[in-house]
Design a binder for this molecule. Structure first.
Ligand code: PMV
Length: 320
């Protein structure tokens, strides 16, 4: 009745921003991401009939703010008549700061909960469960370049390219480690309801997805970078035009974008993407990584760099 799973966060290149069914947490459009390698969340789940209610610790400290989502995820996976669980989560990177910690957390949680209860579900079923709590978590079930598609009244994930088949690197420039003021779930609802650009954003998503799929199939770095930066800036434009506006960037975020654009003008293979937070993820080819690191570490406001390759999907690492 106890299992531990590990999952890595994923970074969307074509973003998910907006739901078509809030109660079921279904995205309004598809998305494409890369699953990272060295950053991870490890989630241990132990069911205990003697426990009065679920308990959660994050990096060794009891946490109540995340507990309702954790309990909802366990209910979705095993039904509401399950035993209470002791859940401990360990994460080797900042939480709730725009580094997709909820994606790795819920992907690891559904895999660990399923294994602790006897297992048997495949990645597709687990992705659908993880996605019902955090849309982006569905993509962390599998590795490499992953597409999340809307199909009927559910979601489906599929691998577009294995990590080893296009081994790009990601240099994350951390500009702030405090948790963000507004979670992505609430912020995307504000965008859907108030941003004049929202419908255009959803309308154009299929076009961006097609361009990204083609670039990935052809291993065309420049084409992937062009559509990924465009899609990222378009998503943030939707947020900026919302009422009230959602602005996740700080001045260092903008400085990092300039650094990346300057590097590219000098012939370096690099592009940026930014999620619901102030961190900048610079995606580059392996040979470009030293230059990218050197330029970002000296960019004003950058506090720390983390670098990682692309990795595999969520896995069970211990089972008793
Ligand atoms: O899955 P959520 O609710 O954490 O939302 C993810 C939103 C973005 O990270 C900004 C985009 C994405 O596709 O991951």
């Amino acid at each position: 009745m106890r299992a531990t799973a590990r999952a890595q966060p994923n970074i969307a290149l074509i973003k998910y921003w907006g739901k078509r069914d809030v109660s079921r947490n279904l995205p309004a459009a598809g998305s494409i991401s890369i699953t990272l390698d060295e950053l991870y969340t490890s989630m241990c789940v132990e069911f205990d009939a003697a426990l009065p209610s679920d308990v959660l610790t994050i990096n060794g400290v009891e946490d109540v703010s995340m507990l309702p989502r954790i309990s909802r995820c366990l209910d979705a996976t095993l039904g509401e008549h399950r035993d209470a669980a002791r859940v401990s989560s360990d994460c080797n990177f900042p939480i709730a700061a725009g580094l997709a910690s909820s994606a790795s957390a819920f992907a690891a949680l559904v895999v660990a909960a399923d294994a602790a209860a006897g297992g048997g579900r495949d990645a597709a079923a687990l992705a659908s469960l993880a996605g019902s709590i955090s849309g982006s978590a569905a993509r962390s079930l599998i590795g490499g370049f992953v597409e999340l598609q809307n199909v009927g009244d559910d979601i489906r994930i599929r691998k577009l390219c294995a990590a080893a088949d296009w081994p790009l690197r990601v240099v994350v420039a951390v500009t702030q480690t405090e948790p963000k003021p507004l979670g992505s779930g609430d912020a995307m609802e504000i965008s859907r309801k108030t941003s004049p650009f929202y419908s255009l954003w959803i309308e154009q998503q299929e076009h961006d997805l097609a361009a990204a799929r083609a670039a990935i199939a052809a291993r065309d770095f420049a084409a992937l970078g062009t559509v990924a930066e465009h899609n990222c800036l378009k998503m943030h434009s939707v947020m900026w035009a919302s009422r009230p506006p959602t602005i996740y960037w700080n001045s260092a975020t903008l400085e990092c974008m300039h650094t990346v654009r300057k590097l590219r003008s000098e012939g370096i293979d690099v592009f940026f993407t930014i999620d619901a937070g102030p961190q900048v993820k610079a995606v580059c080819t392996p040979d470009a990584e030293p230059r990218v690191r050197r330029a970002l570490v000296t960019t004003p406001g950058v506090r720390e760099l983390m670098a990682t390759g692309l990795g595999g999907g969520a896995v069970v690492v211990a089972h008793e």
